[in-house]
Design a protein. Sequence first.
Length: 244
Amino acid sequence: MKTKILILVIFFPILCTISCSTDTIITETTPIPAPLPQKTGKPYNYLALGDSYTIGQSVCETCRFPEQLKKSLENTHPTNSYPITLIAQTGWTTTNLLTAIDNQKLASNYDLVTLLIGVNNQYQNRSFSLYEKEFPELITKAIAFAKGDKTRVIVVSIPDYAYTPFGQQTGNQAKISTEIDTYNTFAKKYCMENTIEFLNITDITREGLKSPDLVAQDGLHPSQLAYSKFVERMLPKATVAIHK
């Protein structure tokens, strides 16, 4: 009788050990929950209208300001995309841009439209009255493309090429700057009277002689760095306009 009692005492802790070990193994093999699905964004359409300053003459495709703006928007809102439609060409006046727009037959579904035009009107000595007539026409078209919403339109001031090596060689630096001011003053006044966003970047380009890295290798157009400075000012306004 004593022997039987002794056997039961010896084997009881062994059984307990096996049972506890088995429970631990079961706990470790519990399935890991599946990850939550990623959030998906939406495309926001961006239309950039202009001339050499929009197409980015003498800089790489990703260096021009519309592409830098697109990249900045993507960095701010990584789940969204910002496809660009670019209608711009070196040498275009307001007349050329109006013709190109009419030939494109654009849709009216853009979430953001930027307009930078007029330097070639000045450079080619076109009558200022032509700009006074055609700039408002371009604004009207830009608003139509922006879903009829003028708060989605940003007008960018004309850079001053007098502050470049090319401008210095003309011998007419003061005349260039004065005429650029005349164009920008008209555009700014029109935008203010019609509650349209006007972005001044001309002062940045007037640093071109003191800071040569703001000028592209052709000695005339803005560099990638200059365009990045444009975008620093443009990004807050574009973010508000595009994500209403």
